[in-house]
Design a protein around this ligand. Structure first.
Ligand code: HEM
Length: 506
């Protein structure tokens, strides 16, 4: 009998706490109870957890809004929003909506090992971001172009080999090799060598994947993060061990670079001319250690690896996938590339400047990323002191709200016929500034406001240079009519298998 009581006691306590919370909400904020959503989501985070775990939350989220309207409860105190006016309030410049505790799932329990992306403290984040901004700015891009060309050369060689052998290959995997190698090169002045070997040599791809799976789910129960981190960290296949591997990898690179500079300052100076992030930051650290410390070097390296590689490969895959499924668009893009080449405005290694002058290429990339945004869960934020009025509801301080990029990008009021891949919609909107303004306000593949993607320009550089080059040089054929994806915060294709042929004109 006692045993039975002991067994059911946790359940009784849990239910009692939930009921108490509901009664408190009913008394203090009765209007929140009226917000619709799945029944179970009213009582427990388990509903959200189990749906995220299934790996298709981007579509679940869109469908929930179609069913329940602009505000939907996804878990107790967590609401998903679909409303253009709310985008500015939650994420706009100067917003005081801090990142929610979900982002704790993405940081190491030791605050000295956290990343820029996961930092929830508005002041500390702004202060840290200042140290990095110039490295990611448009003006810095020119220094990274050589790194990108180097990787794009090897990428096209690999595709040419597959074409000559008539072999099918997973284009998504090769984009991943490309994106990782570019980030390795830009960050440390040395690529991982994935493109050379075609495989995950130092386990970095696998480590990032494990971090994603772990962090996405554990972030829903952040109170368990520390204990899970330390317990699971002992096992090789776990998310925490993946994060430890990335941290060790970055620490090792920093240490090697430090000793290289110490033992031979000239070597350091020589390396500095390559203008990789690490070299630039070491230079800044040595100039003023109070301004840039080793902690910042680590933070930058970890952020670049975890936030900057898969996101770009996912986006490259999306662009190619849509092009292959839409031959008319592909033809029009090739025509633009041909015309530019004839006019001497498109080099063999397409330069960033040239790519930015191709309007149709830009529209294709923008539209593909609208349809397949890299991130597929709400970007959770906490309502600041004083509460906020959003979509006709008052949310008190501490409520967690989020807009999912996919929900924003499939809003038919802003993107009519949203499921159609129509780069032309961006070109047509050029002649209607009001429409374009509304579209841009809802376009958030890189996030928005103070937490917007710091690597946006770098990823645009990587994509803008590679896409026209491979579209011009190869014909691709999809092995399967439609691909499958899995959403573990990044919505990645599982199999994107193609065959390639060298184009005659190339
Ligand atoms: C197409 C490629 C990319 C996409 C779609 C993308 C998307 C995003 C998004 C949506 C956010 C905001 C997340 C949030 O609010 O929770 C973000 C933040 C971030 N991204 Fe990217 N990203 C891309 C490429 C990159 C690259 C290449 C780098 C690094 C070289 C990078 C580094 C970061 C960092 C450090 C943050 C955190 C910024 C902060 O909190 O201040 N990203 N990215």
């Amino acid at each position: 009998m006692y045993l039975l009581v002991l067994l059911i006691l946790p359940f009784i306590l849990y239910t009692a706490t939930r009921l108490a919370r509901l009664i408190r909400t009913a008394l203090v904020n009765p209007y929140l109870l009226a917000i619709p959503g799945p029944f179970l989501a009213r009582f427990t985070r388990l509903w959200y957890f189990s749906h995220v775990r299934k790996g298709h939350f981007e579509w679940d989220n869109i469908n929930l809004h179609a069913r329940y309207g602009p505000v939907v409860r996804l878990a107790p105190n967590h609401y998903s929003i679909s409303d253009r006016a709310a985008v500015k309030t939650i994420y706009g410049p100067g917003s005081q909506f801090a990142k929610s505790a979900w982002y704790d799932g993405w940081s190491h329990p030791d605050p000295n090992k956290t990343s820029l992306f996961a930092d929830r403290n508005i002041k500390r984040h702004a202060e840290a971001k200042k140290r990095y901004s110039s490295l990611y700015s448009m003006t810095s891009l020119i220094h990274y172009e050589d790194f990108v060309d180097r990787c794009a050369d090897i990428f096209t060689q690999r595709v040419a080999e597959f074409a000559r052998q008539g072999e099918s290959f997973n284009l998504g995997h090769w984009f991943q090799c490309y994106a990782f190698d570019v980030i390795g090169d830009i960050t440390f002045g040395q690529r991982f060598g994935f493109l050379d070997q075609g495989q995950d040599m130092e386990g970095a791809i696998n480590a990032v994947e494990k971090v994603m799976n772990f962090s996405t789910l554990v972030g829903i129960y952040p109170e368990w993060r520390s204990i899970l981190y330390h317990t699971l960290g002992r096992f090789n296949l776990s998310g925490p061990s993946g994060r430890s591997l990335i941290i060790r990898y970055v620490e090792d690179k920093i240490q090697k670079f430090n000793s290289r500079v110490k033992s031979s300052p000239e070597t350091g100076q020589g390396a500095l001319q390559t203008q990789a992030f690490l070299e630039k930051m070491v230079l800044a650290r040595d100039k003023d250690p109070n301004k840039v410390g080793d902690r910042h070097l680590l933070m930058m390296g970890v952020s670049n690896l975890t936030a900057g590689s898969d996101t770009t490969s996912v986006s490259l895959s999306s662009i190619m996938y849509e092009l292959l499924r839409n031959p008319t668009v592909l033809r029009r893009l090739r025509q633009e590339i041909s015309e530019f080449t004839e006019q001497g405005r498109c080099s063999t290694r397409v330069t960033f400047k040239e790519s930015q002058e191709m309007p149709y290429l830009q529209a294709v990339m923008k539209e593909a990323i609208r349809m397949h945004s890299a991130t597929g869960l709400p970007l959770w934020r906490v309502v600041p002191a004083g509460g906020a009025e959003i979509s006709g509801h008052f949310f008190p301080e501490g409520t967690v709200l989020g807009i999912n990029t996919w929900v924003a990008h499939y809003d038919e009021r802003v993107f009519p016929d949203a499921k159609a891949f129509r780069p032309e919609r961006w070109i047509e909107a050029e002649s209607n500034p009001e429409t374009l303004k509304v579209m841009n306000e809802m376009y958030m593949p890189f996030g928005l406001g103070s937490r917007t993607c710091i690597g946006k320009h770098i990823s645009i550089l990587e994509m803008s240079k590679l896409i026209p080059r491979i579209v011009r040089d190869f014909d691709f054929e999809l092995e399967n009519e439609a691909w499958t994806t899995r959403n573990t915060w990044f919505v990645k294709s599982t199999e994107f298998v193609v065959k390639a042929e060298l184009r005659k004109s190339s």
